[in-house]
Design a protein around this ligand. Structure first.
Ligand code: SAJ
Length: 443
């Protein structure tokens, strides 16, 4: 099939779409395309996930508005079916790859899942198939990893098949909404292929769809998250400076941001989640051994140091109160990586808890959003020697400080997200230490 014939089938929604990887990226896009009228074949290595999907059940943890209903409707309409068998993709005209692309402890990309998908695809794709990688990948991966594997059995890109990259831009909790509202870069090995990709995404994306080459698509996705990480690191380092100079980060931030073109983000207890801690390393990997990376690794180091900073603030507060940390009961409020979320991936709280326990403290974790820690906060606080606020859940913002105080043995409040007002906390009898809150000279 020629690319123009394929584009016509896409525009008429008669093209059959395959999606490899039915996780928080692949499943929403499979459901959205099925709902838009395409026949969709989902492939996943997890048989139990495939079975759940074929029963119309949503296998993804966490609240994802609209996804469960859209999945059930798509399966019921027989527009979406799932399988573990790559051979079922032989009938697909377009195939999306949505597999995990983590980095390892040396911050190097791990492409085991991506390589497996490409090797299996090379065996089954028909002439004229369009393959689109949606996973976030380091710049150069399409050229150095994906294309060679897909061409491994003699097929050639732009002759036997078509190839592009359209990195996902989804966020847990808003998967379907983001898929619809976020612009996408349609990078490809020819402008005609970009056009065919745009024709496909136009059925499910209301925002801009920008044609580009593959390296641009890879750079944009990893750079947008590296940009955020570097900016958060600046806020965190500014907060540390405020702490030792007597400034208040929140007030300094407010006044700096009055200056045109400034937008200092929020200092906090660390940077977690599925993409911000990872994507800067993917961007850096694209230029590894070619230029010396200084800013991106430094920003990662600043952000990864914040949980330890919060632990150190806690330890110093206990020492000032005459409490030996080895006998202290510390309540950590918030374990999710993000406010009003149940997602705990790369949670900064995990690093904090590990450090406090290494120092000998007894740590009790509370989080109203994470089932494992959705306990009675007041019971957690009984005989506590310190509260450490790690996540700005809305549930915490309405808590009466006086009520918190009366449950504690030692009234120490370490505020890693500046949820509480310092003066109000001190008036309620707390020794209050907020990230970025300088020790204002007495008098
Ligand atoms: N964080 C700070 N200070 C800030 C902002 C965030 O410490 O000013 C921390 C958060 O507490 C969290 C981590 O950084 O631990 C990540 O927070 P995030 O707001 O960046 O949320 P994510 O991880 O869900 O990032 C996603 C990304 N979206 C996609 O990859 C499609 C990111 O590009 C978006 O900018 C971000 O959502 C967003 O704006 O909500």
């Amino acid at each position: 099939m020629s690319l123009s014939e394929l584009q016509s089938k896409i525009e008429q929604r008669t093209a059959i779409v395959g999606v490899i990887g039915l996780g928080y990226v692949g499943l929403p896009v499979a459901c959205a395309l099925a709902s838009a009228g395409f026949q969709v074949i989902g492939v996943d290595v997890k048989a139990e996930r495939v079975a759940l999907i074929n029963q119309g059940c949503n296998p993804i943890d966490g609240a994802e508005p609209g996804l469960t209903e859209l999945l059930a409707k798509s399966v019921d309409a027989r527009r979406l079916c799932a399988t573990v068998n790559y051979n079922d993709l032989a009938q697909a005209d377009v195939i999306l790859i949505d597999v995990e692309t983590p980095v390892d402890e040396t911050h190097s990309p791990q492409y085991i899942a991506l390589a497996h998908a490409c090797q299996k695809l090379a065996q089954v794709i028909r002439k004229g198939t369009l393959v689109i990688v949606e996973s976030t990948i380091a710049p150069g991966t399409m050229q150095d990893v994906v294309r060679p594997l897909l061409e491994g059995l003699g097929k050639k890109v732009n002759i036997d098949f078509f190839l592009g990259a359209c990195p996902e831009r989804v966020m847990p909790g808003k998967l379907l909404a983001n898929l619809h509202s976020m612009s996408r870069v349609c990078g490809a090995y020819s402008s005609e292929t970009s056009a065919a990709m745009i024709a496909l995404y136009r059925h499910i994306v209301a925002a801009d769809l920008d044609a580009a080459d593959c390296i641009t698509a890879e750079l944009v996705k990893t750079a947008e998250n590296a940009y955020r990480d570097v900016n958060i690191a600046f806020a965190n380092e500014l907060a540390l400076i405020c702490e030792v100079t007597g400034g208040d980060f929140l007030r300094v931030r407010e006044l700096v941001n009055k200056s045109p073109g400034r937008n200092v983000l929020f200092a906090g207890a660390g940077v977690g989640g599925h993409c911000i801690p990872k994507d800067p390393w993917l961007l850096a990997a694209g230029a590894r051994d070619k230029i010396a990376m200084r800013l991106i690794p430094a920003a990662r180091a600043v952000n990864d140091s914040m949980p330890l900073h919060i632990a150190t603030l806690t330890r110093h507060a206990l020492e000032s109160a005459g409490v030996d940390i080895t006998t202290a009961r510390i309540v950590v409020m918030g374990y999710a990586y993000l406010e009003n979320s149940d997602d705990t991936r790369n949670s900064p709280s995990a690093a904090l808890v590990t450090q406090l326990q290494a120092w000998g403290a007894t740590v009790i974790i509370h989080d109203p959003w994470v089932p494992e820690y959705k306990t009675d906060l007041m019971q957690c606080l009984n005989d506590g020697d310190a509260i450490v606020v790690m996540v700005a859940h809305r549930d915490y913002k309405t808590i009466d400080l006086a009520v918190l105080r009366e449950h504690l043995r030692t009234p120490i409040l370490i505020d890693g997200r500046r949820v509480f007002d310092a003066q109000l906390a001190r008036s309620a009898g707390f020794s209050y230490f907020g990230v970025g809150q300088g020790k204002v000279a007495e008098g």
